[in-house]
Design a protein around this ligand. Structure first.
Ligand code: 5GP
Ligand code: MN
Length: 350
């Protein structure tokens, strides 16, 4: 496993020799996944390629707004069309996820069974390298959109970036860094944003689509969750929220309505770790967040106490247990991690 790999030339030549390309984003698509999917699609369409963009399930409302008229198929509602279209693709480009088999829901096996070469552009830890012919993987990058920007700059030059591509790249860079407040905020990232502005990115338009176009139900659900469901454990610098199917239904929950909620408890002074437990029909979906190096390593936490993973400060997992059991496991893990920390800071004399 390497932290950085950049097969730019190989990717350029694979793209040059392909005419029919499927672009794939991850399950529960976020701004980075959609931004990179849109950008690569615009780039390839500009080269005269036939392109289909696919995500495993429905887009949340802000991203439907942000994508505008760009066609993005979700596998659940367009399964037969997607299966037919991708059957004769000669290249697949996977964006913003590290493993076809675990990050694509039901679409994973379908994509994996395609015999065409597959490319990965991604910033998650531990990419499954065996599945890809060529990769751009950099776990220090703050977003996949930043890697897509760097690939385009290196392979074709900034002049090919159209205003639509610039806005889509900005969407991913901005959302994956929490509006440029966390992650790897390098000077190169801010220079990249400057380039995107020069290329015609509609910064205000992206902001409006993503943050000021929520449903009334979503705003009320967030209010309810923070007021009535947030448990704050000051001693453990941690807060968590649980939401049951019944509660979600009461607020006529739609895909994406809880996006961003997991970060909100960390607005409290002294809270460095946060978790959100969402009950679905299949499992308890767990989102984990932490602050910089002060918080826990949530990638390790998700792997050790649940079946999941992600980044140090943002990870996730699924638990096929009751809500109470999932929370109990989380609290047990938290206790263990704090015990480990205190034994490191107060080592026993020997
Ligand atoms: P979120 O909490 O936004 O769903 O996920 C945050 C990050 O955690 C994602 O970018 C992804 O890297 C990771 N992640 C979320 N759910 C899972 C999961 O079930 N398995 C793994 N391996 N990673 C996950
Ligand atoms: Mn990302």
């Amino acid at each position: 496993m390497t932290d950085k790999r950049s097969d730019t030339e190989k990717i350029k030549s694979l793209i040059a020799s392909s005419g029919n390309i499927v672009l794939v984003g991850h399950v529960n698509p976020d701004g980075d996944s959609i931004g990179s999917l849109m950008t690569m699609g615009f780039l390839l369409e500009g080269m005269g390629k036939k392109v289909i963009r696919v995500v495993p399930n429905e887009l949340p409302r802000p991203l439907k707004n942000a994508k505008g008229k760009t066609k993005i198929y979700d596998f659940i509602s367009s399964e037969s069309h997607v299966r037919k279209q991708i059957a004769d693709c000669d290249l697949a480009i996977c964006l913003d996820f590290n493993d076809i088999l675990t990050r694509l829901g039901g679409f994973g096996e379908v994509l994996n069974s395609l015999s065409c070469p597959k490319i990965l552009i991604d910033h998650h830890l531990q990419p499954n390298e065996e599945l890809f012919e060529a990769m751009i993987s950099d776990t220090s990058a703050s977003s996949t959109c930043f890697l897509v920007y760097k690939y385009i700059k290196e392979a074709y030059g900034i002049s090919v970036i159209t205003p639509k591509m610039a806005s889509a790249l900005y969407l991913g860079m901005m959302t994956d860094t929490g509006k440029f407040s966390y992650g790897n905020l390098s000077s190169e990232l801010f220079r990249a944003v400057g380039d995107l502005v020069d290329c015609g990115a509609d910064i205000a338009g992206v902001e409006l689509a993503v943050f000021n176009s929520q449903s009334e139900e979503r705003v009320r659900l967030i209010g309810y969750a923070l007021n009535s469901k947030m448990v704050v454990l000051h001693g453990r610098k941690t807060a968590y929220i649980t939401l049951s199917v019944k509660e979600l239904n009461k607020y006529r929950h739609k895909s994406g309505d809880t996006d961003g909620l997991v970060n909100m408890p960390m607005q409290i002074e002294g809270i460095d770790n946060a978790a959100l437990f969402i009950e679905t029909d299949e499992c308890i979906k767990i989102s984990l967040r932490s602050r910089g190096s002060a918080g826990l390593d949530m990638n390790s936490f998700a792997r050790e106490y649940f079946t999941g993973g992600g980044h140090r400060n943002a990870a996730g997992a699924k638990s096929f247990t009751s809500m109470d059991e999932a929370v109990a496991r989380f609290l047990k893990g938290l206790k263990k991690e704090f015990e480990k920390q205190s034994s490191v800071s107060n080592p026993q004399e020997s």
